[in-house]
Design a protein around this ligand. Structure first.
Ligand code: 2P0
Length: 339
């Protein structure tokens, strides 16, 4: 007797960045963040979870390699889903006692600043929720795996509310608009480097919180304003303003990394060249047609409307003649089950 569930979950790329925690254990952020969830056809995590009475212990394989399940974040996610299932009485007590085996794969570079943990934990938690028939919102449980994972639980444009409660009960994600709201929106991922980042997001955030003066200004003043503004641009489908806020917030996040002590550098010369190229392109167009954003790594995500894609792809092919690492995609629906 066994039960198995397989899910795929999308990557999300923030336009208002999450950087800094108010509680490291519960993964509670200092600021709200906003992201777009990308289509699973190009970048996604795929996770299968299997429960059997014969399994001796919980086990996990990541990208084909067996990893330890004694990882606090992993254990927290499993424990919280099981607790939720017990509350909701969605499965039998006997089924809750069975051990699980988890198998998860990504189809894009892991830990190179491409939101792999976001997709991975969103997928794991969605698969466990399906396995244990949990019906309530699981974004707060995905958050326990990796902060940004709570945003990948929903499709389209998503806001993660920092919340104020000490127990994290109000630190949840909610959908601003679904993928069909702005069907012309595209994301273009440019893989600049596939090597693992030198400083993990978790450590980088800790250094910034402890040392960056600029971070305080960002959290108190910039992010609250920008969050409201960018939500308005999404609702009104005002691309130029959406793009401007996206680029400014990416730049400010990397300025905070540099303001941290010792400084944290995620972007490379190629990343800076992409920034220059985008500004030149927008200037030539006479209005903002493309936005860049960079996470904790050198890879770029460009947001643009579909009619702009052929021109921008030609420009990139001209600028990077030997590169073929572009992924073009639209926005996506939430994590879904594979049948
Ligand atoms: C974001 N990043 O909003 C920002 C922008 C990186 C730069 O969320 O410690 O991997 O697991 O909560 O979620 C990366 O942070 O960090 C991140 P943890 P996570 O997408």
């Amino acid at each position: 007797m066994s039960k198995i569930v397989t899910m795929i979950a999308p990557v999300n790329i923030a336009v208002i960045k999450y950087w800094g925690k108010r509680d490291e254990e519960l993964i509670l952020p200092l600021n709200d963040s906003v992201s777009a969830t990308l289509d699973t056809n190009v970048m996604c995590a795929k996770t299968s979870v299997c429960a059997r009475p014969e399994f001796f212990e919980n086990e996990i394989w990541l990208n084909g390699k067996k990893e330890s399940f004694t990882n606090q974040r992993l254990e927290n996610c499993l424990h919280e889903i099981q607790a939720r299932a017990a509350d909701e009485k969605s499965v039998s007590v006997e089924f809750l006692s069975w051990k699980v085996h988890v198998c998860s794969v990504n189809n894009f570079p892991t830990a190179a600043g491409l939101a792999s943990s976001a997709a991975g934990y969103a997928c794991l938690v969605s698969a466990l929720a399906k396995l244990y028939k949990v019906k309530s919102d699981v974004s707060s449980i995905a958050r326990l795996g990796s902060g940004s994972a709570c945003r990948s639980v929903y499709g389209g444009f998503v806001r993660w509310h920092a919340g104020v409660n000490h127990d994290g009960s109000d630190s949840v994600a909610s959908q601003i608009a679904d993928a069909s709201h702005w069907p012309e929106m595209r994301a273009l991922i440019l893989v600049v480097g596939e090597t693992k980042k030198k400083i993990s997001s978790t450590s980088g955030m800790r250094i910034s919180v402890q040392t960056s003066e600029l971070l305080k200004h960002r959290i108190e003043y910039c992010v609250p304003l920008r969050t409201e503004e960018i939500i308005k641009t999404i609702r009104e489908k005002n691309f130029a303003k959406f793009a401007e806020i996206t680029m400014k917030d990416s730049n400010q996040f990397h300025a905070i990394c540099l303001d941290s002590y010792p400084p944290i550098v995620y972007m490379t010369d190629v990343s800076h060249y992409i920034i220059e190229l985008v500004h030149k392109y927008n200037k030539t167009c006479g209005e903002i047609k493309v936005a860049y954003t960079f996470d904790a790594g050198p890879n770029a995500c460009l947001y643009l409307l579909d009619k702009e894609v052929p021109k921008v792809v030609s420009l990139l092919k001209y600028a990077f003649p030997t590169s073929n690492s572009e992924f073009i995609t639209g926005l996506s629906v939430q994590a879904e089950e594979l049948t």
